[in-house]
Design a protein around this ligand. Structure first.
Ligand code: HEM
Length: 168
């Protein structure tokens, strides 16, 4: 076993620890946002607003970045260039989109002047279970998916000239 292979278990542990925090945070944030209701009183509103902001900025976003960075490292260390991994990345992209949407709602609701309606948590949470479940199923079952179907001309160099001049 060479030195780099020895870090795989550690990197995988880091990956899993960070994605647990990330996923837990993605499920918790819509519930916390739904509590951004002035009717709960000034003191509670301030507390939930602060907790949501700090959790998003200092815990959940860094965990997402570390989960993605450690996962990227694992691709090369484990050499897993398989179709299930690319399918997994499509669903991870959906999770990143969800994360960005939460950030947008957070700024709109808690940091911009005016009256804002907070989205209810149910639909976002139901939608979030789809990519999270698909990612877990793909990475744990590692199904033997067929190759990604590409047109024949993308599989081999055709020896054509570029349609423009390249500076040398
Ligand atoms: C860009 C983001 C990500 C990348 C590049 C990535 C990549 C990887 C790679 C290469 C492995 C090692 C697979 C192996 O050893 O066979 C792995 C393991 C794992 N990943 Fe990710 N991952 C990402 C995000 C996620 C997310 C969001 C989840 C869960 C929701 C997740 C769940 C897991 C689990 C449970 C394992 C351990 C699987 C095992 O060892 O059998 N990953 N990931």
């Amino acid at each position: 076993m060479n030195d780099l292979q020895a870090i795989v278990p550690h990197l995988k542990s880091l990956h899993i620890a960070m994605l647990i925090i990330w996923c837990a945070g993605l499920f918790a944030l819509p519930l916390m946002l739904a509590r951004h209701d002035p009717a709960i009183g000034q003191a509670d509103y301030t507390r939930i607003r602060r907790a949501t902001h700090y959790a998003y900025a200092f815990v959940i976003t860094p965990a997402a970045v570390i989960a993605i960075a450690s996962g990227t490292g694992l691709i090369f260390l484990r050499g897993v260039f398989f179709t299930w991994l690319f399918a997994k990345l499509v669903f991870v992209a959906a999770m990143v989109g969800f994360h960005a949407w939460i950030g947008y709602v957070l700024v709109e609701v808690a940091e911009r002047k005016g009256v804002h309606r907070v989205p209810r948590a149910t639909l976002p949470l139901v939608l979030l279970t789809v990519p999270v479940t698909c990612v877990l199923m793909l990475v744990l079952a590692k199904p033997d998916l067929e190759e990604i179907p590409l047109p024949h001309w993308l599989h081999q160099p055709l020896g054509h000239q570029l349609p423009f001049d390249v500076p040398r």
